[in-house]
Structures are given as C-alpha cells and as structure tokens.
Design a protein around this ligand. Structure first.
Ligand SMILES: [Cu+2]
Length: 567
C-alpha cells in the first residue's frame, strides 16, 4: 500500500541503486520492466489502493496492487484465460480488452456483453488470441477507469515481428486527479468550462494577445469559447507515465546504438496528448496494434484509447519524453537515458492554442481564426441560427443535446490535431499506410452517417442528438456486410470514437492498404470516413472514449446479426 511513499523517504536516505531489490517493480521510477503477467492462466484482482504521485497520495483503484495494472503479455495463436476477481467491497467491476478481436460475451462491457463482476466474484475470460501488437485493458464500469483501473497488453506475434528492435518500453499515459471522478463529473454538469483556467482575459485583449474584440463578441454570441479545447485540464489533472508524475520522472534505460521500441498507450480518461522526444526523431511503425509502413515524425497526437508504436535510435545521452495535453495546460514527462539518474531539459509548455473557425465546422469558409471578424461581421442571431441549422443534418434529432450543427464539416484527416497546428513534422492520419493488405477490399454496399453532437453548457453528449439512456434500438448491421460510415463532428471538441470488436479501414486514399483502427479521433468541425466489415456477431459498444462524454450519453450499441436472424 505505502510502497511508493516509502520509496520517497528511503530515496532521501540512501541511493536508488541500493534500494532496487527491495521494491516491487512498479514502485521503481527506473524501468526494469513493468510487472508482467502471462502464461496459460492469468489472475487479475481489482482493489482499492492509495497512489502516490509526485509525493502526494490519493485514493485509487489498482489491479494486482499496481497502477497501471500489470502488463498482460499474450502470444498470438494461443488461448487467453484471465480470471478477474473484483475485490472492491461495494461496486461491480469489469475488464474490457481494448482492441482485441474476441467473442462478444468476452468483451467485458456490463449490460451489453455480460452482467459485470459483482463484489467478491471472479469472472473468467477465455478467448483465442487472433492478433498481435500493443493494446490495453480497462474498466467499463462507472468511472473506475479514471481511478487507475487500466493496464497495458502486448501480444507477441506468431510469426517473426516485421519491426526490428533491440529493446522495448511500454509507455502508459494517463490523467490522474485527487478529485473523485463523480465530483469532476458533477462540476462539469454544473458548468462545462469549470476546469478551463485558460480563458481569454481582458488583459490579453488590451495586450493584443488572443482574439480581437469583434471575434470575441461573435464567439460569445454563439455561446462558445475558443479556449475550450479539453473539458478537464491540468487544473484537475496530473499527467502520468506508467503511474509516475512529471517530478517522479519515470526513466526508461537503453544502451547507445540500440533501436528502442516505445509502445505508447493513451489510457487517460479525458486527455488528448501530443508526444515528442525533443531532438530525437520517431519512426511510427504501428497504430492501434496493427503494423504500418514506417513513417518518421517529430511529434504525434494520440487520442484517448489509441496506441502508437514508435522506434527511436537515441545517442549516448538523456532525452525527455514529453506528452503535452493538446490544450497545452500541462504535460506528462519521462526520461530515456543510457544510465539511471540522468535527465534532459524539459521544455516549457507551449502557448495555448485557440479553436478556429474550422473547429466550429465552418470548413473552408474560414481562412483562420480571424476570419469571422472580417467575413461575417454581424455577430448574433444570423450566425447563431446558422450554427444550429437542423436542415443540414436531417438524421440528427432536435434535442437539447445539440448545441450546434457544423454547417460545413471537412475531412481533417490530413491535419495533425489541436495543439499541433504550428508543428511541421507532426503525424496525420493520412501518413498511415497499412503494412499488410486489408483483409476485405470489397466496395461498401451501404453508407451511413453518424453525427457527434453535444451541448457544452449543459454537458450533454450524444450521437445524432440522442443520449444513450434515450436510445430505443441498437444500430443494426448484417453479418458480413461492408458499410461506409462517416462520422461528422458537430462539436468544438475532438472525440476519440471507438467501436468494440472490430477494426475499420480509414478512407484516406490508401486503397487496399488503408490504415486499420479500433479508435479514431474526429477533429472538431471535421469528419472521418471509414469502411467497416461487420464480421463479429453480437452486441458491441460504440462510444466516445472520453470517459465523461461516454458517461453523459455519447454511446450506443451496435448489433451484428446474420441475415436470417435479422428482423
Ligand atoms: Cu466525446
């Protein structure tokens, strides 16, 4: 329980090296590998524990006593058998295996795939391991994920790995708060911008920073805030690498000359990260667990629940790994070093970004965030009406969960994401090309559009204006059919949209080598199109992976049935 607290006082007393044998692996800020479980029968136990971050202790939920939970290491071609015990005294729990292709009743979503795991009960998950790569697992019960209930999965391939590397480090990113998640949600419900301490100020206006006055008036008339990039910011969060805060400085070791594989997992509840290792190029080799053609970048955005594997070839010196929240309100920080105790400079947070007219779904009508002041000088009613024209989206139900409809959403898969507008060598989805040919290259026989809708003021989030608790029927797919799905973002937020039990192919012009993903970030005012083969019978969760958006209703159920079963 108190290992991490003990570590700090002990560190003060002696040298880190002398202590290493006495501490569990997770308590060591120097990587000697995450605690790992594998083999024919894996046992995981979910329980309360205390977590110490940068010297401050708070209440959390861990798995097998650690946060993140242990690395689950599987092998493609075997059968996974995982016995999960819920030691929480008074609430159900669950584990969802994010990105894994498995029978739907092993998917771990209470109310959709199974009843959940009652206090004191053990549920055994058993499924064939049909893939390889970097994935993760987390609770799908309540808001437990925010409290530390998540961990990494690495599946070693049956065939030789096409990615050559000498050493690997798993980098689990997360957002930790000393506030209870229900408290965070309550504050968001009371005031959507509660955690935004980055609002524009009168001082900024006078000093000529930020937006000019007429832009501010126009945005205000629309009841929107261009500094509103993320709902929960560094005001509430400390950003973690493998459970360690920036001051804890988790350190991954390497030997000069090695090719080091970083398996980066965004296990946070609400945070879109921009990742860079200053002065070190990264070669992206895998996205969402599936190999892609190597692409060299200086920085990349990782949405909540996405994974990226990158190769770095560091020299004999230390480097900082920087994971900056896309709103630039805070960062996670870790170190790569050839020897323990080394550090590299940590760059300051960069200037915070402002949302643009493109983020409002004004598409190519906008030149830049100053455009409205010139092109549409009349703030107020006409504009406001234009931002909520339901005729532009006939499939969307007119409910309070719809604050705006993007009048001109555009494909933004060629843009790197918020907080990276001024970074030249950042990854975009259009840079991704699958290493292997897509398993299904049929032309879709049907198309559908789903709108991502929200109301920041009332903190309501939904698909097509209908919250999960108001949905009357699942979204039906016929087993084996191929469908083209377009997600249209009518909100000012980036939403990481996740479909359980399937991979889908992003339509970005890569033909039969389209990148395949389980989670896709849809930029504000943007749209993303993917092709889906509905090849997994059963009921599957489909939701925004921002935890509080899902909790507020941005979730539905997809059902895949054989043609003869369909009503
Ligand atoms: Cu969302």
């Amino acid at each position: 329980m108190s290992g991490a607290i003990g570590r700090r006082s002990l560190l003060a007393a002696g040298g880190a090296a002398a202590l290493v044998p006495w501490l569990p692996a997770w308590a060591q800020p120097i990587a000697s590998g995450l605690p790992t479980v594998g083999g024919a029968d894996i046992r995981l136990s979910i329980a309360h524990r205390m977590l110490s971050v940068d010297g401050r202790t708070s209440h959390a939920i861990g798995i097998n006593g650690t946060i993140p939970g242990p690395l689950v290491r599987l092998k493609e071609g075997t059968t996974a058998r995982l016995h999960v015990t819920n030691v929480l005294p008074d609430e159900d729990s669950s584990i969802h295996w994010h990105g894994l292709i498995l029978p739907f009743h092993m998917d771990g979503v209470p109310g959709i795939s199974f009843p959940g795991i009652a206090p004191g009960a053990t549920f055994t998950y058993e499924f064939p391991v049909r893939q390889s790569g970097t994935y993760w697992y987390h609770s799908h019960s309540g808001l437990q994920e925010q409290m530390g209930h998540y961990g990494p999965i690495v599946i070693d391939p049956a065939d030789p790995d096409p990615v050559a590397y000498d050493r690997e480090h798993v980098i689990v990113l997360s957002d930790h708060s000393a506030l209870h998640p229900h408290g965070i949600f309550k504050k968001l419900k009371q005031m959507g911008g509660y955690f935004n301490h980055n609002k524009q100020t009168l001082a900024g206006l006078i000093a000529g920073r930020d937006q000019p006055l007429n832009d501010r008036v126009a945005w205000g008339a629309m009841r929107m805030d261009p500094t509103d990039i993320s709902d929960v910011t560094a005001a509430a969060y400390t950003y973690l690498v493998n459970g360690h805060g920036p001051a804890d400085n988790w350190t991954g070791l390497f030997a000069a000359g090695e090719r080091v594989r970083l398996r980066v997992i965004n296990a946070s509840a609400m945070t879109t990260f921009n990742i860079r290792v200053p002065e070190l190029a990264m070669t992206v080799v895998q996205a969402d667990g599936l190999n892609v053609r190597p692409v060299k970048v200086g920085e990349f955005q990782i949405g909540v629940a996405e994974t990226y594997d990158v190769i770095v070839e560091p020299e004999d010196r230390a480097y900082s790994i920087i994971a900056e929240n896309s709103d630039r309100s805070g960062m996670a920080r870790a170190t790569l070093a050839p020897r323990p105790g080394m550090t590299a400079p940590v760059p300051p947070l960069r200037a915070r970004p402002l949302a643009t007219m493109r983020d409002m779904g004004m598409g190519d009508m906008s030149m830049d965030h100053g455009a409205m002041g010139h092109g549409m000088t009349a703030p107020g009613e006409p504009m406001r009406h234009g931002m909520r024209d339901m005729k532009g989206a006939p499939s969307v139900k007119d409910t309070p969960a719809v604050q705006s409809i993007s009048p001109m959403p555009v494909d933004r898969t060629g843009e790197p994401g918020q907080g990276l507008e001024d970074v030249a060598d950042a990854l975009t989805y259009r840079d991704l090309v699958a290493l292997d040919r897509n398993p299904d290259t049929r032309v879709p026989s049907r198309e559908m559009q789903i709108h991502l809708t929200g109301n920041m003021e009332r903190y309501m989030w939904a698909f097509d204006g209908v919250k999960m608790n108001e949905v009357t029927a699942p979204i039906p797919f016929t087993l084996g059919e191929r469908v083209r799905v377009t997600l249209v973002n009518d909100t000012m937020m980036t939403h990481p949209i996740h479909l359980h039990g399937h991979f889908f192919e992003l339509v970005t012009g890569k033909g039969d080598h389209a990148p395949r993903k389980h989670t896709v970030n849809v930029q504000p005012g943007g749209k993303v199109t993917f092709d889906l083969t509905a090849d997994a019978p059963g009921d599957w969760a489909f939701h925004c992976h921002l935890l509080y958006h899902m909790h507020a209703g941005m979730m539905q159920v997809v059902t895949v049935r054989a043609a003869e079963d369909a009503a």
